[in-house]
Design a protein around this ligand. Sequence first.
Ligand code: NAD
Length: 499
Amino acid sequence: MAGIGEEIGNLLDGLGVDRRAWTEGSLPSFTPLTGEQVAMVRVADTASIDAALDTATAAFRAWRRVPAPRRGELVRLLGDELRAAKDDLARLVTIEAGKVPSEGAGEVQEMIDICDFAVGLSRQLYGLTIATERPGHRMMEVWHPLGVVGVISAFNFPVAVWAWNAALALVCGNSVVWKPSEKTPLTALAVQAVFARAAARFGDAPAGLSQLLIGGRDAGAALVDDKRVALLSATGSTRMGRSVAPRLAARFARAILELGGNNGVIVAPSADLDLALRGVAFGAMGTAGQRCTTTRRLFLHDSIYDGFVAKLKAAYASVGVGNPLEGDVLVGPLIDRAAYEAMQEALAAAKAAGGMVTGGERVGEGASFYVRPALVEMPGQVGPVLDETFAPILYVMRYDDLDVVIDLHNDVAAGLSSSIFTTDVREAERFLAASDCGIANVNLGTSGAEIGGAFGGEKETGGGRESGSDSWRQYMRRATNTINYSDALPLAQGVSFEI
Ligand code: NAD
């Protein structure tokens, strides 16, 4: 599509990104909308990573002394700047990650929402006062800033994941060093420019408080292995998590791991089937199946199976697939050829395991990869159903007993998001009590979480929690303080030590 490069240039100029950062580098950057190369981005070398971590350490030392509500003011300004930049940044997300416009805008809105949340939080970083067994003593917990927070993010949420981490990390008194996906460096450059504007308005933020390191796995690995990084928040595949987790553990670093999902929906006999249909359709096909919370497994009760599958197939056949800049489509492109090939391999494996495939074929040709979402009726939870394939494939299975299907639902390695559609309160509660995922919903789909709740999953999803609720505690360290205001020295547990 002629002109996309020019549009990117205009967007980046408008957002305040230095042209040299994306025209004079060595990392080619592509748009999945057409597959064409649109930029050559500068990458961080070993020396610049080292310097960035030194500056981030110095920035932390200054920032931790700034009162938390004042730190919140910087994040308030960041939210302001994001509001002003929302349309352009959302458009860039569409061009670089392939999201349809409403999802691109939703991703930037999520950044704004977490800034609002963090501003309020900046006045609520409180600890406990705890009853002490010793007379004339007071015991309390105090939360302190932690250090440099490293953020590694995935291509499919190219900007929101940074904001989830950075907004909390900054109000908690930390500095931030971000290594975005090598597939989405342009949106990262734009976000860094937006942050720079907020910092300029703030006035006295330390230099290097929020930094960007563009590069591939090696740049990510540098954050993993460097003891100057106190907490690493890594979002991506379980394969990535398997590599970074032991290395972080080896140096006793803190980790927030947000890894792959294999999310399931159960539709019970009493379900509101229209609601279920819409929830499953968005969950399975939205973002072209490239959300960590995408619905990948669907368990339908025998009594509603045939009718529901027929309606779902009709929805699958009607959904628009194509370039979101050129028409009113719901399903944009896969990120690249590798994603398309992984999808086709999974579909072939599903067929070999007895699956009946509808859809899944490529739409168009050339350097971009558009596919019709695939619906696969499976004889059981076998083969590729057990793993996450990051593409729009929905495996459909039958069930007749709720307890059996909940066990089956839980019997995969990942544990991110889950849901049941039912109007029977007993079924709903049995499911909520038994789902082993970090997210369990009733009468809504698996994808589309709000920032107010803690976000993350169990098992091979990594166990991390980001965003709302009390996730902020991970970005701080806790000290238990005991103060003796008596003139005696009683020892705990009645121990006596007279000298
Ligand atoms: P990916 O694992 O290929 O890459 C993610 C990031 O990790 C990139 O920045 C990459 O450069 C870096 N990386 C990869 N290997 C590394 C290593 N060995 N050491 C250090 N850094 C490394 O994932 P992706 O294809 O960009 O994203 C899709 C995956 O992310 C899916 O599995 C999806 O479920 C998952 N995801 C999870 C969440 C969540 O919150 N649980 C959110 C978004 C995406």
